[in-house]
Design a protein around this ligand. Structure first.
Ligand code: ATP
Length: 319
């Protein structure tokens, strides 16, 4: 394999640039040429393809977002769209493609794989909802962003003796809420994976108030409920002054943490190794301390496991 292509697709995530850098530099180190495809599958269909060199990825390891830009593309879901994509790849002599993105992007990648074009997926999404890998690129940065904000909200919550509800991202996954809730010392964490009981949440708040707690923080995953609805329900039942903050897209930005940069560098380099070794239709991931390769078919047939032990621990410690 002489020429490798790389693109980012779906929602952006901090650390994607570090992954692009790893793909480009490792490919060149291995004597291969590497091409960057702009705007994900949309750019692949439209032929937005440029050769990259060592300098194309200079000074990006610390930047959020993705220098290759990202997009969503309905046309790519059609047979004609995929054929156009393969034709463009062949036009540039690209023999293998590395797709950095979430599960939707991997479905697209596997479609190319099934049409005989070798692909490797690199998990990049703040939601951490991709199966067969402990973490995806961007998650660590996102939870660090959330706990920074929890710290700030704590200051004002304590001063005003208020209850704060913070709604975080994650789509159908509760991972951001879970880990930022534990690290931020939240009183309650609402996730889509566990049915919640608003009466119990309010009882806990009232108990805390009776023992002299000055503030309370409730973290709500967007897939579990709307933060504003939870805020209303708490106010109604407890009479506490309740404020709601919906964090939104700030969770997607910012300079990637060291953890995300290291993960992205390892996964990006491994993706190149796999293509060169003739592997195809795999995703690279991390299990414990090890970088692993898993069939994309398997990844897409499973659901990301939720860590109920961490959830229980967070409950225990916020008694
Ligand atoms: P995130 O989790 O951050 O949203 P994602 O990769 O899951 O990222 P999607 O919008 O689901 O984001 O997918 C990105 C792109 O991948 C889509 O715009 C489309 O071009 C392609 N894609 C998604 N699902 C499929 C599918 N079933 N078949 C072919 N291509 C797909």
């Amino acid at each position: 394999m002489k020429r490798i292509g790389v693109l980012t697709s779906g929602g952006d995530a901090p650390g994607m640039n570090a992954a692009i850098r790893a793909v480009v530099r490792k490919s060149i180190f291995m004597g291969r040429e590497v091409f960057g495809i702009h705007r994900g599958y949309l750019g692949l269909i439209n032929g937005e393809i440029k050769k990259m060199n060592l300098g194309s990825v200079a000074d990006i390891i610390h930047r959020g977002g993705t220098i290759l830009l990202t997009a969503r593309c309905e046309e790519f879901k059609t047979e004609e769209g995929q054929q156009k994509a393969i034709d463009n790849l062949r036009k540039y002599g690209i023999e293998g493609l590395i797709v950095i993105g979430g599960d939707g992007s991997f479905r697209g990648a596997l479609d190319l794989g099934k049409r005989g074009f070798p692909v490797i997926g690199v998990p990049g999404t703040i939601d951490n909802d991709i199966p067969c890998t402990d973490y995806s690129i961007g998650f660590d940065t996102a939870i660090n962003t959330v706990i920074e904000i929890i710290n700030k909200i704590r200051d004002t919550a304590t001063s005003h003796e208020r209850t704060f509800v913070i709604e975080v991202m994650g789509r159908d996954s509760g991972w951001i809420a879970l880990e930022s809730g534990l690290a931020g010392g939240a009183e309650s964490i609402l996730v889509p994976e566990v049915k919640f009981n608003i009466e119990q949440i309010c009882d806990k708040l009232l108990k805390g108030y009776r023992r002299g707690k000055l503030h309370s923080i409730i973290i709500v995953a967007e897939g579990a409920a709307r933060g504003f609805d939870i805020g209303e329900a708490i106010k109604e039942r407890t009479g506490f002054e309740t404020r709601v903050t919906v964090l939104g897209h700030i969770q997607r930005g910012g300079t990637p943490t060291a953890m995300d940069r290291i993960l992205a560098s390892r996964l990006g380099a491994k993706a190149v190794d796999l293509l060169i070794q003739g592997e195809r239709n795999k995703m690279v991931g991390i299990k414990g301390k090890d970088i692993v390769a898993i069939d994309l078919d398997k990844v897409l047939s499973e659901k990301k496991e939720f860590d109920f032990n961490i959830y229980e621990l967070a409950n225990t410690l916020s008694i």
